[in-house]
Design a protein around this ligand. Structure first.
Ligand SMILES: C[S@@+](CC[C@H](N)C(=O)[O-])C[C@H]1O[C@@H](n2cnc3c(N)ncnc32)[C@H](O)[C@@H]1O
Length: 218
């Protein structure tokens, strides 16, 4: 499969040729997902949680972040309700070539891809999974989320997904004190997040990447 990319930590990623963007850092897809979305974003919230944690992901993509979220729910034995949006789903053929079960020593990866859209799926005692096939611009929800994985392609490829307006929409769906994590630490992203109502902190990035962002809803 020409889109498949082996990243430096031995985990796979994909290339999106329309935007000429990889789905993850080529320095290590798993390393990046664990560093930013798990260790900086989800895990501190999960450790402190006394009720189910609601996670929203912009860009379900390969399902790596969703898979690690499921693994964390089971490991911590704490309930997580995950919702991801994805406008351009990867095919089952592509998903079945990704080596995420091998690199995480965790099973069930393809259940994420085989699950029907727009329905909740109880994939384990602790993990409820939902994905919606639509654009972020079309997404709306009654509920507020505790943790946001903001994993759109780079602002230079998709500037429309990093505006104050769209991040304001995300802010309106984040509970007070909820956290958003993202790999981009560009100035326009920091400013748009601050204008949207988040308090923004820079953190050290994975591997060679200098900085990533964690933003807390005020
Ligand atoms: C950086 S990748 C996400 C990687 C993903 N989190 C993972 O673990 O594999 C960005 C994703 O956003 C999706 N996407 C692009 N534009 C979108 C939009 N307007 N609404 C929803 N998803 C979009 C792409 O198809 C792609 O899957």
């Amino acid at each position: 499969m020409e889109r498949l990319k082996l990243t430096e930590d031995g985990s796979h990623s994909l290339l999106n040729s329309q935007y000429n963007q990889h789905y993850h850092s080529v320095s290590g897809a798993l390393k990046e997902s664990r560093h930013i979305y798990m260790n900086l974003g989800l895990i501190p919230v999960l450790e402190a949680a006394e009720k189910p944690v609601r996670v929203f992901e912009m860009g379900f993509g390969t399902g790596l972040n969703a898979f690690l979220t499921w693994q964390a729910a089971d490991q911590y034995q704490k309930s997580i309700l995950y919702t991801g949006v994805e406008a351009f789903p990867v095919s089952m053929e592509e998903a079945s070539q990704l080596n995420y079960e091998d690199v995480t020593s965790f099973n069930g990866f393809l259940k994420l891809h085989k699950s029907s859209w727009f329905e909740n799926h109880q994939l384990s005692e602790y993990f409820t999974f939902r994905k919606e096939q639509l654009t972020l611009q079309e997404f709306s929800s009654e509920e507020l989320f505790d943790v946001i994985f903001y994993d759109a392609f780079d602002p230079k490829a998709q500037p429309e997904l990093w505006t104050e307006e769209i991040l304001g929409k995300i802010a309106s769906q984040t509970c007070p004190g909820g956290v958003l994590v993202t790999y981009s630490s560009k100035g326009i992203v920091k400013r748009a997040l601050a204008a949207a109502g988040f308090s923004v902190e820079k953190h050290k990035g994975p591997g060679k990447k200098w900085h990533v962002l964690k933003a807390t809803k005020i």
